[in-house]
Every structure is written in structure tokens, then in C-alpha cells.
Design a protein around this ligand. Structure first.
Ligand SMILES: Cc1cc2nc3c(=O)[nH]c(=O)nc-3n(C[C@H](O)[C@H](O)[C@H](O)COP(=O)(O)O)c2cc1C
Length: 197
């Protein structure tokens, strides 16, 4: 599929079942490293989790959450096991913020987002599917600490990747916003100003 068709057809997919081979995954990961990056700070880091790593990841997520009772803890364990199965490969995407002042923080955040989007477009162009997840896994600082990253590191997402084998899990196309609701020409913007002159 051509790149534009891939981007226009992209949908997040909440349940992804099939694995991607190692060489193809590596090609997808290399695409993250071509994200636009002001002053080449390369502020991104990625932790790759496959099936064999899910148990360890579950322990990190579990240890990051306090519980009032064992019943609540057990219910959370069941929920975690289910949620960690959302994709066969999970890439924990991190941004190590450079505070030297060389590049504003917002630009580093944008670069981190672009690196993730590059992986999504690469995976989709090869016929795979993705889901970009944040929520409490990303925003609870204890998860970041449990993974061994310092306070200057931000978890920008848990990117699930894989092959979709079950048509029932595939997201239907959606209507996208109208181009004129988001794009205007400068003429249109300046018209009222020019009219009063
Ligand atoms: C930074 C970011 C974080 C996201 N985190 C979540 C999340 O935690 N849970 C979730 O259900 N979807 C999450 N999403 C995915 C959106 O829900 C999804 O993109 C949206 O529903 C639009 O669907 P589409 O991607 O198929 O167009 C996230 C998307 C972005 C860009």
C-alpha cells in the first residue's frame, strides 16, 4: 500500500494477536530513529517486551500500585494479565528530557511523538497493527522508577504491535474530520483585518 493510503486507512486496534518476526520488528524500530529531532538530541529510548517479558512487566506494574486489600490486588492482577495481552510485542517508549536549554522541552516531546508515529506508519505499511497506550501505566512515576529510569525520563507510551489474525478484532474505518474544519488559507484568516483598513 502506498504511504498516503496507509496513513489514511490507519486505525488503532485494541486487540492484536499475532507476532512479527525479529528482522521486521528491527526495521520498524529503525524507523523510530529517523524522527525529526532538533539538534540531534536523540531524546528517545525504547524498552522492547515480547511474550517472555510480560511476567516481569506485570510485576513492575503491580509493584507500582498500592492496594487496600488482597482482594483488590488479586482483581488488579487479573486485569493486568488481560490488558498485557493487548499485543504480542509491547514497546515502552521513553523520552529522556535534555534540560541543557539547547532545545525547548516541547520540541523534544514532539520528536518523541514523531518517533512513535514513525513506528506506527512503518508497521501499518507492512500490514501490521498498533495500539498506543498511556494511562496509569505511563503516568504513574512508580512505573518509571520500577523500570530504572530517573525523574527526567517520561514514559510517552506503551506501543502494542503485531499481526491481526482475527477479523473480529479489526477496527472499522471511521469518518475523519473535514479538511476545511482544520485547515484555512492565510487569506481567509486575514480577510476581516484587511476589510477594516
Ligand atoms: C499519546 C496517546 C495516548 C493514547 N493513550 C491511549 C490509552 O491510554 N487508551 C486508549 O484506549 N487509547 C489511547 N490512545 C489511542 C486513542 O484512543 C486512539 O488513537 C483514538 O481512539 C483514535 O482512534 P484511531 O487511532 O483508530 O484513529 C492514545 C493515543 C495517543 C496519541
Amino acid at each position: 500500500m502506498k504511504t498516503i493510503e496507509t496513513i489514511l486507512a490507519r486505525r488503532s486496534q485494541k486487540v492484536i494477536e499475532g507476532e512479527i518476526d525479529g528482522a521486521t520488528l528491527e526495521a520498524i524500530f529503525r524507523c523510530a530513529l529517523t524522527a525529526p529531532d532538533h539538534k540531534r538530541l536523540r531524546p528517545w529510548q525504547f524498552v522492547v517486551c515480547h511474550g517472555q517479558h510480560k511476567a516481569a512487566l506485570k510485576e513492575v506494574l503491580l509493584a507500582a500500585k498500592p492496594f487496600d486489600s488482597e482482594i483488590v490486588r488479586q482483581a488488579y492482577i487479573e486485569q493486568l494479565e488481560r490488558k498485557l495481552n493487548f499485543a504480542p510485542h509491547i514497546v515502552i517508549c521513553l523520552l529522556k528530557i535534555n534540560r541543557s536549554g539547547a532545545v525547548p522541552e516541547i520540541e523534544q516531546i514532539l520528536s518523541a511523538g514523531a518517533s512513535i508515529q514513525n513506528m506506527i506508519v512503518a508497521a501499518e505499511s507492512l500490514g501490521f497493527h498498533c495500539f498506543w497506550k498511556t494511562g496509569e501505566w505511563a503516568y504513574n512515576p512508580a512505573v518509571r522508577e520500577g523500570l530504572g529510569f530517573d525523574a527526567d525520563t517520561v514514559i510517552t507510551g506503551f506501543l502494542g504491535l503485531g499481526r491481526s489474525t482475527n477479523p473480529a478484532n479489526q477496527s472499522a474505518p471511521v469518518e475523519r474530520p473535514k479538511i476545511n474544519d482544520h485547515f484555512r488559507s492565510l487569506d481567509e484568516l486575514l480577510e476581516p483585518c484587511l476589510a477594516v483598513q
